[in-house]
Design a protein around this ligand. Structure first.
Ligand code: SDX
Length: 426
């Protein structure tokens, strides 16, 4: 097997070491390129550039494979809990029964939020987007829990505290935005049950926890738990590389996920489907617009930087839509439109040529609607699912002896040097 690549620039030859991953992925290590040649590489959007070596998640975009710490996501969605999957991602292996019990107790013990944080929530303008609130509030947690992470024990407490409190904060944001009384976490409920109860329970109408809804939420969050070096995870790693505290790094990740090209797509898909429904279901027009180079419109929930086939998560989510709606004896006209849209797109030459398939966001909104989550909170739900992945990736980068401050280079295309002209002479 080759151990290096030869780069020839002019009459100069440089041997660059090759890196091989566990699953046969290959990389050229260019860390000495600029020092030896004066050249840098250019890769807008980093589609061909690795930022790190990681043991957390493996994706194969051609095969549509996704594994967390080696375990296929399909098996975790079928058999695991979100809590156990979070432990797996962060600690690198499945917990023993004792470890899982201790993890549960730590999550319960840390699930309350300092009451002073309520004032912050109450002072956001009513129309504030929940992702903006969540990003701000996670950053604010540092002010309430200033203890630095000096050792493994303290890091574990901070990570568990985040997992416990961010879920509670998301429900607080929802309740306060509606002017409703807060509902507190209960030690007798699971992580997912507690979230639903804190969101929807009220003195006038006690919330009935339904197994099929809890199960849908469990699968939803497991499917979102990590996805290697996507935009928001790379943001968490980059911000974390400055050795900033974990709260600030996660807050930055939430901000990146907010974007409609990234995690914000689940909200954008529903808005797109609603628009089609209001236009009497004219999904063919949406397809034509998506293909029109002069139209910035994109078919939201379609396409992916890595998956050039069906996103394995979308497959599970699509199946879950049917099962959940059937068990709740519900129907959703937007699901019918989504199916027709998918059918037409997958048979359209443009989508075939561009390898555009449904991604995780295409059906996830239908599941969230069935659960009763407001559309404005769809990306918050994505963030709550991705939180263990962000934490695991941040921890891996902090533990990596090779990790250093992220600082990409550029090619300058501005003015050549010229002298300043004082304002009176201009
Ligand atoms: C997530 O990275 C991750 O892992 C992300 C994620 C995770 O779990 O963290 O999986 C979550 O973010 C999923 C993606 C959610 N976003 C959307 O659904 C928004 C709609 N999709 C796109 O905008 C787009 O597909 C991206 C942003 C997701 C990926 O785009 P790329 O890889 O940057 O590709 P590109 O924009 O360069 O497009 C390549 C071609 C272009 O056409 P040409 O100019 O080459 O002719 O494909 C076209 C694009 O116009 N194209 C689309 C399209 N997506 C790409 N055309 C119409 N509709 C689309 N959705």
């Amino acid at each position: 097997m080759d151990t290096y690549a030869t780069l020839r620039i002019g009459d100069k030859e440089l041997q660059l070491p090759l890196i091989n991953g566990t699953e046969g992925e290959k990389a050229i290590d260019i860390s000495k390129l600029r020092a030896e040649t004066g050249y840098i590489t250019m890769d807008v959007g980093y589609g061909n550039t690795g930022s790190c070596q990681s043991a957390i998640t493996y994706m194969d975009g051609e095969e549509g494979t996704l594994r967390y710490r080696g375990i296929p996501v399909e098996q975790l969605a079928e058999q695991s809990t979100f809590k156990e999957t979070s432990y797996l991602l962060i600690n690198g292996r499945l917990p023993t029964r004792d470890e899982l019990t201790r993890f549960s107790v730590m999550l319960n013990d840390n699930s309350l939020v300092h009451t002073d944080l309520k004032v912050f929530f109450q002072n956001f303008p009513r129309e504030s987007h929940p992702m903006g609130i969540l990003s701000s509030m996670v950053n604010a947690l540092r002010s309430f829990y200033p203890s630095l992470a000096r050792n493994t024990e303290e890091i574990n407490i901070i990570m568990t505290r985040l997992l416990a409190k961010v879920r509670t904060m998301a429900t607080m944001s929802y309740k306060i935005s509606r002017g409703h009384e807060l509902v507190f976490p209960r030690p007798d409920l699971t992580y997912c049950e507690n979230f639903l109860n804190m969101m929807f329970d009220s003195p006038v109408k006690p919330y009935e926890i339904k197994k099929e809804v809890v199960d849908a939420l469990r699968v939803f969050w497991i499917l979102h738990a990590d996805h290697e070096q996507n935009c928001s995870t790379s943001t968490v790693r980059m911000v974390g590389s400055a050795r900033v505290n974990l709260y600030a790094a996660i807050s930055a990740g939430i901000a990146a996920l907010w974007g409609p090209l990234h995690g914000g797509a689940n909200q954008a898909v529903i808005e797109m489907l609603k628009e089609i429904a209001e236009g009497k279901g004219d999904y063919k027009k949406a397809i034509e617009r998506a293909k029109d180079k002069n139209d910035p419109f994109r078919l939201m929930g379609f396409g992916h930087r890595v998956y050039k086939t069906y996103d394995p998560r979308a497959r599970i989510m699509k199946k879950m839509c049917d099962e959940l709606l059937e068990s709740l004896q519900m129907s959703d006209p937007l699901l019918d439109i989504a199916r027709e849209l998918e059918e037409v797109a997958l048979n359209d030459q443009y989508f075939i040529d561009h390898n555009l398939y449904p991604n995780v966001d295409f059906y996830s909104g239908i599941v969230l609607r069935a659960i009763g989550i407001p559309t404005s909170m769809f990306t918050v739900m994505f963030a709550l699912g991705r939180l263990p992945g962000w934490i695991a990736q941040w921890k891996e980068s902090q533990d990596d002896p090779q990790w250093k401050l992220s600082r990409p280079r550029q090619i300058y295309t501005g003015h050549k040097k010229y002298d300043y002209v004082p304002i009176h002479a201009r």
